[in-house]
Design a protein around this ligand. Sequence first.
Ligand SMILES: [Zn+2]
Length: 86
Amino acid sequence: MLTNCKSSKLDFRKGRKIPICSECGGSVSLYLASKEVVAVRPEASRSDYWIACDEPSCINNYGDYMFQEEPDWVIWQQPDDCPGIL
Ligand SMILES: [Zn+2]
């Protein structure tokens, strides 16, 4: 489980937008492909980063390695507290 890899977790946002899983609407986390992450997600060794949905029951909870662009299942959402401000 990636919950063992909290030290690898990065702050992942674009301006004030936050990443959301398009499959379940859950939050999405970006991890450094550290030793701990590669131990549970061997594919992470292909890249510097690993990205996964935080929802344990979600199909995207396993996650994907990431190069320049995040996977298609990541959508960017404006927080409710600042509508219309980019
Ligand atoms: Zn999800």
